[in-house]
Design a protein around this ligand. Structure first.
Ligand SMILES: CSC[C@H]1O[C@H](OP(=O)(O)O)[C@H](O)[C@@H]1O
Ligand code: ADE
Length: 305
């Protein structure tokens, strides 16, 4: 890699994480690919760095790898978030295929969630802060409100044919098997609106790395709560992935330039407020911090370790 290229491949402020069906971004000038070895291993796949027509640099990462070879429990979320942070990323727009738990959210609708319920099983490493360096990040509002508002606004012109739902609750299950009908009904009784297997620990780790994170959910099915209806299966999901992925690319076509302007102007309030938040979340006495763990943390938060 020559020095010009490595400069090109750093200081990238905006990242897109693609989920099921969204394995690349089209129509952008690809500048290169990076695959850094982080203290938490390698990311799901090489990170593709591109430039939009407006000159904005974008990092793209396929959550399950290009070809979808990682199941949701196997996604190396710490390496993914660490690698993006190391590239300079301040904002992540994360896409996900979700099941709908509510009648009004139809397949191919888009949902901007504001809350999460955790039904993962504790088998996914979910923090950077362990083994001698303890911190407790705030997570009451797991997504970024400024990005959510911007996405809702931009969607009106970027995807006029797509119905967008906002302020919804996303339940994250372990998988990889889909839910039982009893579980699906339970989640509805809890007030959940959509379900996936991917938002955790990705969103928690982004928060710990001080990266503003918003998931954009794309409905593919009604899970299995509807009486007398066939339960969700991969074929039903795949049937809607193509249309959803095309709509996601249309949305990004306009969204990215607005995010860049927001970052430049400092007008994305919650994105600005996130910076510095981990400074006050650490609880371990600096004199008692484990040296090896501190060295790992320097990779993502060099200001504090
Ligand atoms: C292919 S159906 C289940 C699978 O799809 C979603 O993936 P992603 O969130 O990465 O789009 C869901 O979370 C499951 O991993
Ligand atoms: N019904 C469902 N449950 C969990 N994850 C999903 N992703 C897409 N549909 C899903």
């Amino acid at each position: 890699m020559n020095s010009t290229l490595s400069e090109e491949l750093s200081n990238i402020k905006i990242a897109v994480i693609g989920g099921s069906g969204l394995y690349s971004l089209d129509g952008l000038e690809v500048i290169g690919e990076v695959n850094p070895l982080t203290p938490w291993g390698y990311a799901s796949d090489k990170i593709v760095v591109s430039r939009t027509a407006h000159g904005t640099k974008i990092a793209f990462l396929a959550r399950h790898g290009r070809g979808h070879y990682l199941n949701p429990s196997e996604v190396p979320a710490r390496a993914n978030i660490a690698a993006l942070k190391h590239l300079g990323v301040e904002v992540i727009l994360a896409f996900s295929a979700v099941g709908s738990l509510q009648e009004e959210i139809a397949p191919r609708d888009f949902v901007i969630p504001s809350q999460i319920i955790d039904r993962t099983k504790g088998i996914r490493p979910s923090t950077f802060f362990e083994k001698g360096v303890v911190a407790h990040a705030m997570f009451a509002d797991p997504f970024d409100a400024s990005l959510a508002a911007l996405i809702a606004e931009v969607s009106k012109t970027a995807c006029p044919g797509v119905k967008f739902h906002t302020e919804k609750t996303l339940v994250c299950m372990e998988g990889p098997q889909f839910s039982t009908r009893a579980e699906s009904k339970l989640y509805r009784s809890w007030g959940c609106d959509i379900i996936n297997m991917s938002v955790l620990p990705e969103s928690k780790l982004a928060r710990e790395a001080e990266i503003a994170y918003q998931m954009i959910c794309m409905s593919t099915d009604y899970d299995c709560w509807r009486v007398g209806e066939e339960a969700v299966n991969v074929a039903a999901v795949i049937a809607n992935l193509g249309a959803n992925s095309a709509n996601a690319k249309n949305l990004l076509g306009q969204l990215i330039k607005h995010v860049e302007i927001g970052l430049e102007e400092g007008s994305l309030k919650s994105v600005v407020e996130l910076k510095g938040s981990m400074r006050f979340s650490g609880i371990t006495d600096p004199n008692k911090r484990d040296a090896d763990q501190s060295a790992k943390l320097r990779y993502i938060l060099p200001e504090y370790f």
